[in-house]
Design a protein. Structure first.
Length: 262
């Protein structure tokens, strides 16, 4: 890829179109491609000579804030740029999206999450079951749902977003797609064959609320993502605690053998 050097990426039209064509081949919708093209256009307008470097990437979000863009728009643009960097083999240049302003949001517990899955099985609402499980076990933002294609499921996830599918979910997604006659492209689609949107996703999840005895306000993609993030934080904290305890045991054992007063 001639547009990429060791320290600089030349973000010319050829690289942009090659990147977007790759996204299209992996099942991204025209709407998603349009958003990515617009975001990369903003990035090009910021870069002198369209020369993207690690330092320029770090400064770009602040430049967008100074231009008056809202946090969600900035994060969407950063996400597009991060995907381009992954495509170019420059994951080390990626920047973290800015945290969105805190709002009062109900918290879905792990027990309530399991009740949603069990209820979906009892009611035979397979698509709702898969959406709850996918969003709850991967933390995937709902605007990236169209990236969950048959090929992505076969590959076991979305490496460009550092998202992996557990083996059981991968099998369930592919089994569902096969029975629905979905051989390629996004797995979650409408009757017209277009990817489902946030409103439809939320409605499908909330259709389980009454029977699962879970507040409808908790049955949203954002609450499922928050549950995923909290679960990951708790696991990492437990791992850190266990590692610290094991290290202290090691030091104590060594002290008993080699300490000054041993």
């Amino acid at each position: 890829m001639t547009a990429v050097s060791e320290d600089v990426i030349l973000l010319d039209d050829t690289l942009t179109e090659t990147f977007l064509t790759d996204l299209q081949s992996r099942g991204r919708t025209e709407e998603t491609l349009k958003c990515y093209r617009n975001s990369l256009g903003k990035l090009c307008g910021f870069l002198p000579g369209r020369r993207l470097s690690h330092e320029a990437m770090r400064r770009w979000p602040e430049a967008l804030r100074e231009q008056g863009y809202c946090p969600s728009t900035i994060n969407s643009a950063v996400s597009a740029a991060n995907s381009l960097l992954a495509f170019c083999g420059r994951r080390g240049w990626q920047v973290m999206p800015a945290p969105l302003p805190e709002t009062e949001q109900p918290e879905l517990t792990r027990e309530e999450y399991l009740r949603l899955l069990q209820t979906a099985r009892i009611l035979e609402k397979e698509r709702a079951y898969l959406l709850v499980k996918l969003l709850g076990t991967t933390g995937l933002p709902v605007h990236l749902l169209d990236a969950v294609t048959v090929s992505a499921a076969q590959a076991g996830g979305l490496p460009e977003y550092d998202m992996q599918l557990c083996g059981c979910l991968k099998e369930e997604l592919l089994d569902f797609a096969g029975r629905e006659g979905i051989l390629s492209g996004p797995i979650f689609i409408t009757r017209r064959g277009t990817p489902v949107g946030r409103t439809t996703v939320t409605a499908l999840i909330q259709s389980l609320a009454h029977d699962a005895q879970v507040e409808a306000g908790k049955c949203t993609p954002r609450c499922l993502r928050k549950l995923y993030l909290q679960t990951q934080e708790r696991i990492l904290h437990n791992i850190s605690t266990l590692a610290r305890e094991e290290y202290e045991k090691l030091l104590l054992s060594e002290q008993e053998k080699t300490g000054w007063n041993a």
